[in-house]
Design a protein. Structure first.
Length: 116
């Protein structure tokens, strides 16, 4: 599995399609971005991919880390975003995936929102 490299000029929908495809095949995708514009595009792409994958019944999580990478002989700090499928057997209560896998029965009430 290759790292999906994102630049500030990347189309977020194209990156989202790549992320969704890798997630469907490998259940994990590594996304790398250097610079604020690239990180912005990467985050937007992950949000879009989240929507694509929900249609398949998959929920994802994103784990951000910093990594040092070599760019033309120069060491740069990149943001690495590890995108993984959330456990399909244990969706978080109240999550969209839970509502998809455990639809409410007729007459069943919605649980109250928790106070922070």
């Amino acid at each position: 599995m290759d790292t999906i490299k994102v630049s500030a000029k990347s189309r977020s929908t194209a990156v989202a399609g790549a992320i969704a495809g890798v997630i469907r095949e490998h259940k994990r995708a590594d996304v790398q971005a250097i610079g604020a514009g690239a990180v912005n595009q990467a985050i937007k792409a992950i949000a879009i991919a989240h929507g694509y994958l929900q249609q398949d019944g998959l929920d994802i999580v994103c784990i951000p880390t910093f990594v040092e990478v070599d760019v033309s002989g120069e060491e740069r700090t990149a943001v690495k975003l590890v995108v993984e499928v959330r456990s399909e057997t244990a969706p978080l209560p109240g999550s969209r995936l839970e509502s998809m896998t455990h639809p409410r029965q007729e007459g069943e009430s919605t649980p109250p929102a928790e106070e922070p």
